[in-house]
Write a protein that binds this ligand. Structure first.
Ligand SMILES: [Zn+2]
Length: 445
């Protein structure tokens, strides 16, 4: 199809997608370079409204206010939030009905489920305005690479197609609204070849990718001397983005990589700017540093300011992060944070009581060298046993095998031989239900 006609159709679809989203987008974009005082008062006002709403309409939160001896007049600003107790995933699971606000018609609410990749799944509710803000917020993130409204967005979706018709229908819908659908359910060289051709035909300007699959695709493009010149920015999410993956993506696509962070139940928490610093979105969430855990990592606490139907007030999504007292030279004054690279649950506990964050294993393998390794996973299935699953690539050879064996022995020795590290060469590593790749996971709680 003629490119101009296609762009016109996409633009139309973009507008059709909802005047409300476009309006939200304008609203959010106007704040991008606000001075710090303006941001602070905007967030404080949102927090005040949100806290009062929780107290008035959510039976669970009203009880929590009462047990802490508080009323909404005690929560006047974001800085007052730590007066309230933390909302855990278990609290949400056990009190879902009581959390729901009584001024929403439940039949009109949308239902969401977390994948449960790091614990039992969670069910949550939200209303249409959350979707509008989430969409508009994503567009604000995309604007950081130069993306403009109406330009196509390519995304890797890891959903298993229910059937061929559903899969085709999904593709057709995506196409109609300017999305390029890359099925990441199963990836191999043939799939990368198809993606490369499809991207060059459709010419999207933004690519949304899982860090693991995106990184592998980037290596494939480099090795096969292919390029996708239309891409202005690659946005990674849902998984930890390691420096070698960022480097490969930047080299393959010739543009910057922006890592963005949110969880399904509280979306749109933060996104990196063009300088690679992660900025919090204070008009979507209020973020706090919670208490430190046994490994000294600070729990991340978020208050999702946009979901009034099921309010997540001082919620701990299970990630770690550090809020920074610094300014970013990019000119944005929103708070900066550094996302902890491992989730709270990603800890390997050994029989002697010692605990290692999952990052330790990844860094240890990286130090030994990734040559010959297509992808990998450390998996602790018993307290004294860890699998190191390896998918080999074409460069795998004898020296690579020796190096990996030596690294496994070194890890055993550093752990005082409390666990055995067994290397297993496999063709494929099972992904989690949401198709996230976990480089390290433990079944030992
Ligand atoms: Zn910045």
């Amino acid at each position: 199809m003629n490119r101009r006609i296609q762009l016109a159709i996409t633009s139309l679809a973009w507008r059709f997608k909802g005047a409300d989203v476009a309006r939200r987008y304008e609203e959010l974009m106007a704040r991008e370079y606000w001075p710090v005082e303006k941001w602070r008062s905007c967030q404080d006002e949102l927090v005040r409204i949100f806290a009062a709403h929780c107290y008035e309409h959510s039976p669970f939160h009203r009880r929590r206010f009462a047990s802490a001896g508080l009323t909404p007049s005690d929560i006047r600003a974001a800085a007052d939030l730590p007066k309230l107790p933390i909302l855990t995933k278990n609290d949400v699971r056990q009190n879902a009905d009581q959390l729901l606000a009584d001024n929403f018609d439940r039949r009109r609410l949308r239902l969401g489920h977390t994948s449960g990749s790091t614990g039992a799944p969670l069910t949550y509710y939200y209303d249409a305005s959350v979707t509008e803000y989430t969409e508009a917020g994503l567009w604000r993130d995309f604007s950081r690479c130069g993306w403009q409204g109406g330009e196509k967005i390519a995304g890797m979706w890891g959903l298993r197609p229910a059937n061929l018709l559903a899969s085709r229908l999904r593709k057709a819908i995506c196409n109609a609204v300017g999305l390029v659908y890359l099925s990441a359910w199963k990836v191999d060289d043939d799939q990368f070849d198809r993606w490369s051709r499809l991207l060059n035909r459709a010419r999207p300007t933004v690519l949304v990718a899982f860090a693991s699959v995106g990184g592998r695709f980037a290596h494939w493009l480099i090795e096969h001397h292919r390029s996708v010149p239309s891409i202005k920015g690659v946005f990674t999410t849902a998984e930890t983005l390691y420096p070698p993956q960022r480097q490969a993506l930047e080299n393959a696509f010739g543009c910057k990589v922006f890592d963005y962070y949110g969880c399904q139940e509280v979306p749109h928490i933060a996104c990196q700017c063009e300088l690679g610093r992660m900025h919090v979105n204070p008009d979507m969430v209020a973020v706090e540093n919670g208490p430190a855990d046994e490994l000294g990592r600070r729990l991340l606490i978020v208050t999702g300011l946009r979901n009034l139907a099921m309010p997540f007030l001082r919620y701990a999504p299970g990630d770690t992060a550090v809020l920074l007292e610094e300014n970013c030279p990019c000119g944005r004054t929103t708070p900066l944070m550094e996302l902890g690279i491992s989730r709270v649950s990603d800890v390997f506990r050994l029989p002697g009581g010692k605990a290692y964050p999952s990052l330790y294993f990844v860094v240890r393998l990286q130090r030994g060298g990734f040559e010959g390794v297509e992808t990998f996973q450390f998996h602790q299935d018993r307290p004294d046993h860890i699998y190191l699953r390896i998918v080999r690539n074409a460069r795998f050879d004898g020296p690579a095998e020796k190096r990996l064996a030596a690294t496994a022995k070194e890890i055993e020795s550093e752990m005082d031989h409390q666990a055995r590290v067994e290397i297993a060469y496999v063709d494929h590593i099972e992904q989690s239900a949401s198709n996230k790749h976990h480089y390290a996971r433990s079944d030992v709680k």
